[in-house]
Design a protein around this ligand. Structure first.
Ligand code: PAF
Length: 276
């Protein structure tokens, strides 16, 4: 497995290659990332993973400075998972000038849910992903379904910019107790880690309540789910049921639905979702 730090070297290494499968990451890899790499291995062509902590998608009060940078450890895990090439540019390499050109996703999808609590987040994500797509020029890119809204935003960006890239979703990897794997789980204390699966359970409860009772009392069910977490010491941003098609509030229980949640446990903000 090669590790490449510059755009020029990467272009050279992938010259003429039309079947690359790409797994973009911010590093600090866990088994969920490795499952995306293994999924990528199932397509033909080389697998390229990027490791880049993208300043553009962090608000000033967020954890950009403290986000774990663990390149050697990440590479040691990527090679046995089947990754062929790691692209790990410096900030100066990816953003040699202040990034004035940005990719702004549509507000009806990007300014709700995560975007409402993290303004500018999806513009930061789209800008770096579009730039990485331009550099790697993959045929396929694999994104985790744990970041449900991000996956939808990337799909829409790719479609609307007519990028010739197939976007594949990787199922959420979970610990035995149901906690969705996330790089930020590493911030949890032992007590918080024991409590953390309550977010997935709250979403399961919300989905079960909607399945049983329909959408009539949806706001009350959502408020109840949030209160159940608040009572356990969480600070929820949202626990909600949306249409899978566009993440808008559902109008019929016959529509494919997804329960989405984001909540803070101590200093750690966790997100999760459940299609039902
Ligand atoms: O999901 C992530 O790790 C990041 O948002 C991504 C897609 C690598 C862009 O920085």
């Amino acid at each position: 497995m090669r590790v490449i730090h510059t755009v020029a070297e990467l272009r050279q290494a992938l010259q003429g290659e039309r079947t690359t499968t790409f797994v973009p990451t911010m590093g600090n890899l866990h088994d969920g990332h490795l499952s995306l790499v293994r999924q990528a291995k199932g397509f033909s062509g080389p697998v390229v993973a990027s490791i880049f902590v993208n300043r553009l998608q962090f608000a000033p009060h967020e954890d950009f400075d403290t986000y774990p940078r663990t390149l050697a450890q990440d590479c040691a895990r990527l090679a046995p998972a089947g990754c062929d090439l790691v692209f790990a540019p410096s900030e100066r390499e990816l953003y040699p000038q202040p990034q004035g050109v940005k990719v702004v996703p549509p507000p009806e999808l990007a300014d709700i849910l995560e975007g409402a609590f993290r303004p500018g987040f999806f513009t930061g994500v789209c800008t770096v992903v579009a730039k990485l797509f331009a550099i790697v020029q993959p045929a396929v890119a694999v994104f985790g379904q744990k970041d449900y809204q991000q996956l939808m935003v990337i799909r829409q960006m790719t479609a609307q910019l007519a990028l010739p890239i197939r976007i594949e979703a990787g199922p959420t990897a979970r610990a035995d107790d149901g906690l969705a794997l996330s790089s930020r789980n590493g911030y949890l204390s032992a007590d918080e880690r024991a409590e953390a699966p309550a977010l997935a359970r709250a979403l399961q409860g919300l989905a079960a309540a909607v399945r049983a009772g329909g959408l009539q009392d949806l706001s009350a069910l959502e408020a109840e789910a949030q209160q159940s977490l608040t009572a356990r010491g969480w600070q929820p941003d949202y626990l909600t049921v949306r249409r899978r098609a566009d993440l808008q509030p559902p109008t019929s229980p016959a529509e494919p639905l997804v329960a989405l949640g984001a909540a803070r446990l101590g200093r750690t903000r966790l997100i999760d979702n459940l299609e039902f």
